[in-house]
Design a protein around this ligand. Sequence first.
Ligand SMILES: CC(C)(O)[C@@H](O)C(=O)O
Length: 594
Amino acid sequence: MSGSEHPKRRLRSQDWFDNPDHLDMTALYLERFMNYGTTPEELRSGKPIIGIAQSGSDINPCNRHHLDLAKRVRDGIRDAGGIPIEFPSHPLFENCKRPTAALDRNLAYLGLVELLYGYPFDGVVLTTGCDKTTPSALMAASTVDIPAIVLSGGPMLDGWHDGELVGSGTVIWRSRRKYAAGEITKEEFLERALDSAPSVGHCNTMGTASTMNAMAEALGMSLTGCAAIPGAYRERGQMAYRTGRRAVELVLQDIKPSDILTREAFLNAIRVNSAIGGSTNAQPHLMAMAKHAGVELHPEDWQVHGFDIPLLANVQPAGAYLGERFHRAGGVPAIMWELLQAGKLNGSCPTVTGLSMAENLAGKEAIDREVIKPYGEPMRERAGFLVLKGNLFDFAIMKTSVISEGFRLRYLNQPGREGIFEGRAIVFDGSEDYHKRINDPSLAIDEDCILVIRGAGPLGWPGSAEVVNMQPPDHLIQRGILSLPTIGDGRQSGTADSPSILNASPESAAGGGLAWIRNGDTIRIDLNQGRCDMLVSDEEIVRRKAEGIPAVPADATPWQMLYRQTVTQLADGATIKGAEGFRQISKRPPRHNH
Ligand SMILES: CC(C)(O)[C@@H](O)C(=O)O
């Protein structure tokens, strides 16, 4: 339906710009927009006012090209009869923000809620890219619940080094192993990493950025095919234009996030995450988005709905290729098409296109079977996340699509003990401790050890850091042992190919079981039973509790203090306690400001 066919209704923005009961306020609201040439006629025309939540800036390089794309968004908004108003959102630069960008996701969420609620927006284009720009934007869109649509920035072009594909992040984790093995020099290490970033865009691997943009598309919150278009392709600008147009139509048709973000949409997203070999960071972010959307998502949903789904995308870190090939092969719609044919996707979910997901996917079969596999001939069967619990934590996940054959054989396929592994715990308090001691000979780390890191969760870090994919000591790498089992209350990069046990909740700093483990304890991992336990008696655990929770750094900024006072655990999405109680707040107009 085109915008002009739809009946007119009074818009939210008219409460600011065309309010006969508050002429003085309308005058105050209108006059300063004139400063950049906007006319009162436009603002009082009753045309939808569409915000463009601009996530690009010099300190958000993955999203920086949105500064240009916004021009095409504006064109689309204007052509569809709307008025664009662009504003900055809080930057989230994953690779650079210390102590971690995770700390800022809730800050960006809070900021965007205030902007969308407190200013005269009828709808919003959410520009996304780097990892947390997507969940923070969708969390805010749900809280406010005005018509919203995601415009992904897209991945960088494929990276090449010496004729070899080098993908964001993944090349760094692989190069540091090569460096530890003495196979490459320091300079080569840097060159390989720098060559992985050849253009505008976010990570070109199926890291957290590509994953979260795929999640937005799987949820029905972006136009079909939006997520995977590389940032530098002309199609990206065309997608920006179409997204701007569609934002206006969404307002005229009054289609809001609450119409789209249902439990079924979230279960679709979980399934898509397994099929793309997506990031483990999708777990807390989808949980957070669901909470703000008022949808009940359970930590077990990852295993119940996601584990049995096969890996279909041959994209790093679980596969071989990068973003350009994935897009050309058909991208997210081709993955969803496979799931739909296999009866593993709910096709009736509504989407921002105004059509159902199944209607969006018609004719979207993959065109490159080297990169997107048929459901019946996957890269790997049963490739979702395992959900584990035990006396070390109540919840943690393990990404099975990245378990290498060597790791599987050594740790998980011992005859008669398939899926069961016992090892000696080597415990690190934060990553400084890990870096200081991992090569310490007195720890005598061998292939029967399990590396444990704590103090890396939302409270401990603070913010929760991507540090659980710990590399074995150099002497093991030199012997060809490239990964040990690892466990932690932090996260790991979506670009990592480590079979870690992650996002353990409750974390050590909250008094979770990881606080009570000691160096040398035996840990038993039983994937068949979904358990992970330290083989330590209850009495001994009680005795250790008297020693107190391992120390974590003090608050360094005011936000760190507020964050720690309010944050939930990773199992619950690391959201702000109580914030999920604020929903659809645009139904209650804010008070005037004078
Ligand atoms: C590569 C990064 C920074 O670790 C992140 O973007 C991810 O994929 O998780």
